[in-house]
Design a protein around this ligand. Sequence first.
Ligand SMILES: [Zn+2]
Length: 171
Amino acid sequence: MRDLIGTCIRCQKDIYCTDGFFNGITLESGNNLCLVCKDQDPFVEILNRLLEAEKSGVAVLDDLLKTYPSSGLEDSFVQVKEDESWSCQGLIHSIQREGGTVSKEIGDFIEKVRALPSLKEKLALLNKGQAWVARKIDEAISYGMDTRTRTFLLEMKKRHEQNIDKMEQHI
Ligand SMILES: [Zn+2]
């Protein structure tokens, strides 16, 4: 007995029930994942790399606020930090919604920014990091996902592009 049950949200392959065994899992969102994507989900991998980078981003902005308390850029630093924190929360919710395990790691981006001597150099590297995030989101968007996850990722990309433009003026 082989019955077609549905389609894998990630790879779009058909999922069957064979002799009473469902060859996939159903997520809380109601979407199905095939067993291959459940074991090794390339989409969740990208979301976790993004989360690690965004956690590092929050730390970078904390550092900038402490190190340059009167640069005139404090309001921008606070706002970018809020966007990085918002991204972390959204990524955590997305990873859980998509059936993944949330990474506890933090990216090494903070160390690279700390190693630079001047504010201009730090802001330039920050913008390179933000551009990497936008490219990574484009990569993530190519996979199938819950509509809420897609809406969040597109908004996250928009905020990163706006923050790149904002910081570009000070480099
Ligand atoms: Zn699949």
